[in-house]
Design a protein around this ligand. Sequence first.
Ligand SMILES: [Mg+2]
Length: 121
Amino acid sequence: MKIGFDIDGTLQSKPKFYSFLIKVLRYFNVEIIVITGRSRFDGIGLTDFQMRTWDIRFDKIFLREDYENLVTEADFAGNLDKQIGVAKARLCKKLGVYLMVDDMEEVIEACKTEGVRYWKA
Ligand SMILES: [Mg+2]
């Protein structure tokens, strides 16, 4: 089973809680997929450092550039958060993510539309 986690406003807001939860999930062979709106331009260095500091291990990480191509021209609402939301939800669908944990309303709305289970952080 795959479970998706956002970073900013999610893992970053309660690192101790998520570190524990993710350890338990990994014990039960749940695949941890980190899906973040962070860009490669923000640098993967900080993210790596934070994840090590928070003691959060994951199986795969997707940065914005890895999934932003999942939106079409029709999705461009002039709202970057909405576009990221749609792209994240579509990536979850594509990967077969069982549950996406995210704090952003736009992601939750897109999960509803795309039929992806979600947990609002
Ligand atoms: Mg977030």
